[in-house]
Design a protein around this ligand. Structure first.
Ligand code: SIN
Length: 282
């Protein structure tokens, strides 16, 4: 196995590894897991394995989960299909910088994504290092956000284009989750800036320092949240990956955000993602 860094702060390409074999080989899997913690996103080419191998490899990290909006492969629960084609709605948009499913109380720890069909041009995915984004914040911002918590909503995002009844049903099934604005990585102990495109507002911004009058809450909290969400867009924190059929990305969903670039419509792009259940952020 050879690991080649793609940028200083995030991302590495792994050569000489077959993930179907890594699913069965403890040493190889251990080496990949260590590399993932170090580089946050791993990329591999030419992973022409069966869907069962995809699931078996991802399950080495932990159990998989389906997605309430994007369906899974009927024969492989947990293998979510992210399929777009010429018939996808013309006003369909993706994406925002996000960590997967932070609207869950327990968001995924990571994911294994494989490209099945590439568009002729475009369709790259980008990832950002949110530990670096936190580390680079000015001290006064770190002090302000240290105690803050924020809400993350599927209703305000995936639900936003649904008819009202369907949106309410989605929210009943997945009520907004509340997470710390700065989470601690459960394996490395590093601090991570943990707000993203699913985050709607701070829940405990009302301190004497932050809010002297009721009207201070909306401008102060909203501006700070937008500033923090915008940090993922800084190119120095990012790596960008150009897909080919059977390319795979494995990411740590706790310390990164990602963005699938919608610059290929109206053509076919088919991706399959195994999302791995994580732990409650603290
Ligand atoms: C995702 O947002 O999890 C999927 C990324 C992609 O389709 O490139």
């Amino acid at each position: 196995m050879r690991v080649e860094k793609l940028t200083t702060h995030i991302g590495a390409e792994v050569h000489g590894v077959n993930l179907a074999e890594a699913a069965r080989n403890d040493d190889l899997f251990g080496a990949l897991r260590a590399a993932l913690l170090e580089h946050r996103v791993l990329f591999l080419r030419d992973q022409d394995f069966a869907r069962a191998d995809h699931v078996a490899f991802a399950e080495r990290f932990g159990p998989l989960e389906d997605h309430p909006v994007a369906g899974s492969d009927p024969d492989h629960p947990g293998l979510v299909r992210i399929y777009k084609d010429e018939n996808s709605p013309p006003d369909y948009y993706e994406n925002a910088w996000h960590c997967d499913a932070t609207w869950r109380e327990v968001p995924p720890m990571g994911a294994v994504l494989r490209c099945i069909t590439c568009p002729p041009v475009g369709g790259d995915t980008m990832w950002a290092n949110m530990a670096k984004a936190y580390a680079d914040l000015p001290d006064y911002v770190k002090q302000t956000i240290a105690p803050l918590k924020a809400r993350h909503s599927i209703e305000a995002t995936f639900g936003a284009r649904m008819p009202e009844e369907k949106r309410h049903a989605l929210k009943t099934q997945f009520p907004d989750a509340e997470h710390p604005v700065v989470r601690t990585h459960p394996e490395t102990g590093e601090k991570i800036l943990y707000v993203n495109g699913f985050t709607t507002h701070f829940t405990n911004f009302h301190t004497f320092e932050n809010v002297r009058y009721g009207q201070d809450f909306a401008p102060g909290g909203a501006n700070l949240l937008q500033y923090l969400i915008g940090r993922a867009a800084i190119p120095e924190y990012q790596v960008r990956w150009r897909w080919q059929p059977n390319s795979v990305a494995i990411w740590d969903n706790r310390s990164t955000q990602h963005y699938a670039v919608m610059d290929y419509a109206p053509t076919v792009r088919r991706m399959e993602r195994a999302g791995i259940i994580g732990d409650r952020p603290y």
